[in-house]
Design a protein around this ligand. Structure first.
Ligand SMILES: [Zn+2]
Length: 413
């Protein structure tokens, strides 16, 4: 590895290590709770939610560190080259079967490392804290379905990517950027039709109070919205949520049944208004445009880093040798972790905008405040996390900020 490559990789690793350490520090010592919180929450509620978030935060960061450590070890040891030669021997020197076998091996090992963290975080802890309604069998069924889907999609992407490195040795990153961007749109369009139904069932709302609410809010927003679905979230969790998804003809608002069944109607209205606001402001399409930019930046940077790191291996004719895969995986692991603050800042700006538009649509800040309080209580949210934790990991503004924005309405406009 050249000196330049050494500097690039050390920088990425040191930055990820620093962010992880600061994250662990603030997770263990979240600090003072602002006095404004006591108007809405009891000390016991805040304490309990903080403990839960501490555990979940530690599980997430330890899973990240374990996988990263494994990839770093592979990249810097001679093991990966030896494995790559072994699969080439096993497949009689045929490149694509060898690549696929190598990919499956690494994928399985990463899965095995992640499994204890997934199981502890999304099954054990959820049951301990009374948030889960799911049986062990059902958890495994979700896990296996999700893993199979991941194996198929990432396996196909790896084959395509390595094929492109042989086909266009100097410009494969442009093709990869195009492919990822096209896939972003295709998957956003198809996700609600193909992927979501694998895990949940969805009931369209065709009549009743929710339908009336949607029609009234949609008229006010100047939209025609006919796709409102209720999802059977209660088969897994007691937490409540809603989301807006899809593209073009598949655009839809999805409400958890845990929300519709357990929350007062003016709070459900505030949620629907928030999702309609995402729709009206085109947040999915705006987010996808950022996604395209990120894709080309990512693939271009990957190409540059690989060129500097492997002058010899990747300037030979033909597709990259299979062991380059672990370097690509380590790169993606580090860059997506380091890119989180940017992604989350964009997401939080959309969420802030959606809250503001929702207040204009309902004209009911009181219901919005009660909604935020109820959601935080039932979902065990840290209502006022340390600024660093919010900056790094929060896709939505923290509860206290959302309450403050509603309190300021309409002065806040
Ligand atoms: Zn939102």
């Amino acid at each position: 590895m050249s000196a330049r490559a050494g500097i690039i990789w050390s920088t990425l690793l040191i930055m990820a290590a620093i962010l992880s350490l600061v994250f662990i520090f603030f997770t263990l010592l979240p600090g003072q709770i602002p006095a404004a919180v006591w108007q809405y929450f009891t000390p016991a509620e805040v304490e309990r939610a903080r403990r839960y978030q501490q555990i979940m935060g530690l599980v997430a960061i330890l899973a990240f560190l374990a996988k990263t450590a494994f990839l770093v070890w592979l990249v810097y040891s001679t093991r990966s080259g030896a494995w790559s030669e072994r699969v080439l021997r096993l497949t009689g020197g045929r490149y694509y079967p060898a690549l696929l076998m190598y990919f499956c091996l690494i994928w399985l090992l990463l899965k095995a490392i992640g499994l204890p963290f997934s199981f502890y975080g999304s099954f054990i802890v959820q049951h301990q804290w009374g948030l889960a309604t799911q049986s062990l069998a059902s958890w495994w069924s979700d896990y296996l379905k999700g893993s199979l889907l991941d194996l198929l999609l990432s396996g196909a992407s790896v084959l395509l990517l390595f094929w492109a490195t042989g086909r266009w040795p100097r410009t494969w990153w442009v093709a990869a950027g195009f492919f990822l961007s096209a896939w972003l749109f295709i998957s956003t369009f198809l996700w609600p039709l193909i992927i979501a139904p694998i895990f949940n069932s969805f009931q369209p709302v065709t009549a009743g109070p929710i339908k009336t609410m949607v029609t009234r809010l949609a008229n006010r927003a100047g939209l025609k919205i006919d796709q409102i679905l209720i999802m059977d979230a209660s088969r897994r969790t007691t937490t409540a949520n809603a989301y807006f998804t899809g593209l073009g003809a598949t655009k839809r608002i999805v409400l958890y049944d845990t929300l519709v069944d357990n929350y007062p109607s003016d709070e459900v209205e505030a949620v629907i208004a928030h999702e309609i606001a995402h729709w009206q402001r085109g947040h999915i399409i705006r987010g996808s445009l950022w996604g395209i930019l990120a894709n080309f930046f990512l693939t271009g940077l990957l190409y540059a880093v690989l060129r500097v790191t492997f002058t010899y291996e990747i300037t030979r004719p033909g597709p990259y040798p299979p062991q380059i895969l672990i370097v690509i995986l380590l790169f993606l692991q580090l860059v997506s972790f380091l890119g989180q603050p940017i992604q989350n800042a964009i997401s939080r700006s959309y969420e802030t905008e959606a809250d503001q538009v929702a207040l204009e649509l309902t004209g009911n800040p009181g219901a919005m405040i009660r909604l935020q309080v109820d959601l935080a209580r039932k979902n065990l949210a840290d209502v006022a996390p340390p600024a660093f934790i919010e900056w790094l990991t929060y896709s939505h503004p923290a509860t206290l900020k959302r309450i403050r924005a509603a309190e300021a309405y309409p002065r806040g406009q």
